[in-house]
Design a protein around this ligand. Structure first.
Ligand SMILES: NC(=O)c1ccc[n+]([C@@H]2O[C@H](COP(=O)([O-])OP(=O)(O)OC[C@H]3O[C@@H](n4cnc5c(N)ncnc54)[C@H](O)[C@@H]3O)[C@@H](O)[C@H]2O)c1
Length: 270
């Protein structure tokens, strides 16, 4: 049962690949809360994933767009506002990919063409989404734009590779564009720094299971699930968070504020 938190709101959700995706859970919650939206993903992901199943459940249309292509983004915004019959109140950027991580390149042996791709897909695409939205003037006043990030932007994690730099860029863009969009249209822009989550992107990082368990033991509340994350995102799309902007919001069960936990002391004392 929903609370009608997003009744009458329209949006675009990027990044639902399969039922484990954070964006997938956000789509289901946003629908339950009364929103209408379009779903989008890269053309190759649309062929491999199951997005049509989700589209049916949410009564949403799917529009392909590579988030690094300005042309695709323009088409996506134009089609979405036509289909939804109005301008947008929210956008979710739930996109991440590093060819270096995917192909197991060590941090001292990065392929720089791939590094640029990582930055483009996982960082700059957030700027592109907002620049196109601004130019087409498709955001409503008091709209909300959210992107997903990870604490590897601030602290090092082995095997997160060049994604750490991409997340730093992403979080910095949220501050700079947040200041601009607030002045222009009172649109808020935030990133959510989520716990390790068992998704295609998450489990693609080597050693993921170990740092998933470590984070779970370090966080007083345990790891935040994808469903918890979706609830938080819905609150950020709602009118209850209108003055929150330019923030990197930790959604991690307390991980980021913990030095060591009793569970870790116990595990290491054995
Ligand atoms: N899973 C985790 O542990 C975790 C933790 C913190 C933050 N995040 C972030 O959450 C977001 C969503 O990831 P997820 O964990 O749900 O995994 P996921 O693999 O389900 O989602 C990643 C999405 O990015 C899309 N994508 C890749 N290249 C694209 C492109 N060029 N254009 C458009 N879309 C593209 C993929 O198709 C996929 O749908 C990412 O930003 C990720 O870094 C994940």
């Amino acid at each position: 049962m929903g609370y009608n938190l997003l009744a009458g709101k329209r949006g675009i959700i990027f990044g639902a690949l399969d039922e484990n995706s954070i964006a997938w859970k956000v789509a289901l919650k946003a629908r339950e809360e009364g929103a209408s939206f379009t779903l989008t993903n890269a053309p190759v992901a649309l062929r491999m994933g199951k997005i049509n199943e989700l589209a049916e459940q949410c009564d949403a249309k799917v529009i392909p767009a590579d988030a690094t292509s300005l042309e695709d983004l323009e088409n996506l915004f134009k089609e979405s506002t036509e289909l939804l019959e109005g301008n947008l109140d929210f956008v979710l950027h739930s996109i991440g990919m590093s060819p270096n991580v995917r192909k197991g390149r060590e941090y001292g042996n990065l392929n720089y063409d791939w590094f640029l791709k990582t930055l483009d897909i996982s960082g700059l695409s957030f700027h592109k989404v907002m620049q196109v939205a601004e130019k087409l003037d498709v955001m409503n006043e008091w709209g909300s734009i959210v992107a997903l990030t990870y604490i590897a932007a601030q602290r090092t994690f082995p095997d997160y590779g060049d994604m750490a730099q991409a997340k730093s860029v992403l979080e910095s863009i949220a501050r700079s564009y947040g200041a601009r969009f607030a002045r222009l249209k009172k649109v808020r822009v935030n990133t959510i720094s989520q716990s390790p989550t068992k998704t295609t992107a998450g489990t693609g990082i080597s050693g993921f299971d170990v740092f998933y368990d470590y984070a779970d033991k370090m966080s007083p509340l345990g790891n935040a699930s994808a469903e918890d994350c979706a609830n938080y995102i819905v609150s950020l799309f709602s009118d209850f968070t209108r003055m929150v902007t330019m923030q990197n919001l930790m959604h991690d069960g307390g991980f980021s504020a913990s030095g060591i936990s009793e569970d870790i002391i116990e595990a290491l004392s054995k």
